[in-house]
Design a protein around this ligand. Structure first.
Ligand code: PHE
Length: 339
């Protein structure tokens, strides 16, 4: 019996088969176990002899089972390893496409950099705004004609989606006394939609208030900005304009330039050789009256303010023909600007 068991164990081809053999030869119902259990009924003089042999046989089989078990385990592990081995001839994972900043975000950051370099702080403000900040404190009282031209989204009588970033002029002055040098990028909203208007677009507001600020300071800052953003050869031109919160007000043009993408002249550049890029002016003393108690005495401080369209600047830099392309988020449009 022991010889038969040994042969079977050595021949076992798998761990499962080996387990069957363990049950068969060493299990509770195996002959060996039965023999050991029946020792008590043997004549006393045979008990020691039979017990010794049976126990020796059991130890021998146990050792053999362990040995064969180890062998089989190693072999099965080897088989699994070679089956799972990586096939280096398979093609690798496809390259992950690289994203990039949207050209509006990139342009916003560029503008922030330029004005930070000129000593301005960057602030942000609420897109849902009180009528007071969006209009009244900017010298646009109820009934003023400028209100009707703004295409305002009203949330209720007193609350609007801001139509420009200019309300942050007031909030910035309320928060901090002069001297004040801030720019405020952000989303603004107007009820309008065509190739050059979208209901949401982006502006960057600038405000500088100090003693002895003049229009020449505004000109210098804007020339610096135009050259940083559109190239070192740019000139700027100020034309008389009108905004309720600046006096005098100007519209600012930048001299013609080539779009950065392919170097060909922008089609927006045809004609006079000047492109309008922003509105600006000297802060109207009436505006300072709303924050006089925060240290803005119009007898003592002057300021300039400007507001520019970030999207429009992105379009000019890249020669984008339709504003709406910026907000469709069509990957084919976004990919054109590279990674
Ligand atoms: N807020 C004005 C607009 O949206 C732009 C502007 C800002 C003009 C600051 C003058 C000074 O059209």
């Amino acid at each position: 019996l022991v010889e038969e068991a040994k042969r079977a164990i050595r021949a076992a081809a798998s761990l499962a088969e080996l387990e069957d053999l363990r049950v068969r030869y060493l299990g509770r119902k195996s002959e060996l176990s039965q023999l050991l259990r029946s020792i008590g009924s043997l004549p006393p003089e045979r008990r020691a002899e039979v017990g010794k042999q049976a126990n020796a046989a059991r130890r021998e089989l146990e050792a053999l089972l362990d040995e064969r078990g180890g062998e089989l385990e190693r072999r099965e592990l080897e088989q699994r390893l070679s089956a799972d081995r990586v096939d280096v001839t398979l093609p690798g994972d496809p390259p992950q496409p690289l994203g990039r900043l949207h050209i509006v975000s990139e342009t916003r950051r560029l503008l922030e950099d330029v004005f930070l370099g000129l000593g301005f702080k960057v602030l942000e403000g609420p897109e849902v705004e009180y009528d007071y900040y969006n209009f009244t404190a900017l010298n646009i009282p109820p009934g003023h004609p400028a209100r009707t031209t703004m295409d305002t989204f009203y949330l209720d009588g007193e609350v609007v989606l801001r139509t420009h970033t200019s309300p942050m002029q007031i909030r910035a002055m309320e928060a901090e006394g002069p001297p004040l040098y801030v720019v405020v990028p952000g989303r603004v909203y107007r009820r309008d939609s065509d190739a050059t208007h979208t209901p949401m677009f982006h502006q960057l507001e600038g405000l500088a208030v100090d003693e002895d600020i003049t229009l020449a300071d505004l000109q210098g800052v804007l020339l610096e900005f135009a050259r940083a953003v559109f190239g070192p050869d740019r000139e700027i031109r100020l034309r008389a304009g009108y905004f309720p919160f600046t006096e005098p007000s100007v519209e600012v043009d930048v001299s013609c330039f080539a779009c950065t993408r392919d170097g060909s002249p922008c089609r927006i550049c045809k004609g006079s050789g000047w492109i309008e890029i922003l509105g600006a002016g000297m802060v109207d003393p009436n505006v300072f009256e709303f924050v006089r108690d925060r240290g803005y005495d119009p007898e003592r401080v002057q300021g300039f303010a400007f507001g520019l369209g970030i999207d429009r600047i992105a379009m000019l830099r890249y020669g984008v023909p339709d504003l709406r392309l910026l907000f469709d988020n069509d990957a084919r449009f976004l990919e054109q600007f590279g990674a």
